[in-house]
Design a protein around this ligand. Structure first.
Ligand SMILES: [Zn+2]
Length: 387
């Protein structure tokens, strides 16, 4: 297969040859600027390390099946996503272990799931118990980090848990983090009510990410010090950001990207399981939620309290360009190169020998998704759209 497109990193027109699931050749070709205008951009496919579900299915459901896991991860093809971390949020041990076991089984049984799942992200249950930073995580299951508890979960997951979000506010956190990192798990900080010292101790122990910095936080914070400044200033922490236009105001995105530097920023969709459903009211674990006409997902009956995210990662790419003034290459790298490096993987860079996991898209594009994805290619197969 041969593709002609504009490289996302250099804007040059190139012909990419794909053989046996890999890029075998990349040639720069002469063109006139009129032709280039109509060509799509080509980039290493997007990686989304925080996806709670899609289309009415939560990964955290206590009844999720292998086929449902498969359906959700494949539905991300239309957004140019070639790698995903299915994300389970705070729950009882039985429900969490069922979730990770089912995702692991889906990877074992289905090659197409294995090709798409980078690893499991567990967000909680070792998070803050206070209203505000706890977000929508159920209080009865929030608890301090416990290595024995986590080890049993990782066993149920057959080792597929690659990312764990916890609060550093617990005394047990530094020793737990050091042990998790030694075992190969990337540790992220989030949903916290932690002091500067606790954050520093967590980072000294090996924590390397702030999960959705600026969200899952108190409605009101002491002006300084506070855990947002502490994490913003800590160069050993990358930060994942939900740049859907609703979770963080433009000026906050701009300040975070400048403060962290683009190299330490990672875009996530944080898709709720309700993402992708039509406008209307839905029951979610006994709580009534509503999808508004502007795409926001809120607690039903009001318009302020967000209950999850519903914009794809391409919206984040387009918004971070508009909000923070970064270029296309930088924004796309926040949704591909940076998350893979965080997880210790080597990202593809449109070079011969790289796995052919690619996204072809139009930008700018007048669409709620931010980008117009023309095709998604995984291991050399066109899994969405056409080339
Ligand atoms: Zn969260």
């Amino acid at each position: 297969m041969q593709l002609t497109a504009k490289r996302y990193d250099t804007a040059t027109v190139c012909r990419v040859t794909i053989e046996a699931g890999e890029i075998s050749q990349v040639e720069t070709i002469a063109h006139d600027s009129g032709d280039a205008e109509s060509l799509p951009w080509i980039a290493p496919g997007f990686i989304d390390i925080q996806v709670n579900g899609y289309g009415g299915q939560e990964f955290s459901s206590a009844e999720i099946t292998v086929e449902q896991v498969r359906t959700v991860v494949r539905r991300l093809d239309e957004f140019g996503v070639v790698g995903v971390c299915p994300t389970l949020t705070t729950n009882g041990f039985e429900a969490l272990s069922h979730g990770v076991r089912t995702i692991a089984a889906a990877c074992d049984e289905h090659h197409d799931v294995q090709a798409r799942v980078v690893g499991i992200h567990v967000e909680g249950p070792y998070i803050c118990r206070e209203d505000g930073p706890r977000g929508a995580h159920p209080l009865e299951h929030c608890q301090p980090p416990d290595w024995e508890h986590f080890s049993r979960l990782q066993d149920a997951a057959e080792g597929h848990i690659v990312l764990l979000t916890l609060s550093p506010e617990y005394d047990a956190a530094p020793a737990f983090i050091a042990r998790a990192v030694r075992s190969g798990v990337t540790v992220a900080l989030g949903h916290m009510s932690a002091t500067s010292d606790q954050i520093r101790a967590a980072v000294d122990a090996g924590a390397s990410l702030s999960t959705h910095l600026g969200n899952g936080a108190h409605g009101q914070l002491r002006r300084h010090p506070n855990y947002i400044w502490d994490q913003l200033a800590e160069d050993r922490l990358s930060a994942s950001l939900i740049v859907d236009g609703h979770h963080l105001p433009r000026e906050v995105v701009q300040s975070f990207v400048r403060g962290k530097t683009p190299q330490r920023c990672i875009l996530v969709s944080d898709f709720s399981g309700l993402a992708g459903l039509p406008v209307g009211r839905y029951d979610s674990s006994g709580c009534e939620l509503e999808i508004l006409a502007d795409g926001r997902l809120v607690i039903a009956g009001q318009r302020q309290l967000l209950a999850g995210a519903s914009a794809p990662i391409g919206r984040g790419i387009a918004n971070v360009i508009a909000f923070a003034g970064v270029d296309l290459r930088t924004a796309v790298d926040m949704a591909g190169q940076h998350p893979l490096r965080l997880l210790g993987r080597t990202p593809g860079q449109l070079r011969p020998g790289d796995a052919a996991n690619l996204t072809l898209f139009d930008y700018p594009a007048d669409t709620p998704d931010g980008l117009n994805v023309r095709a998604t290619i995984i291991a050399g197969d066109v899994v969405y759209g056409a080339v």
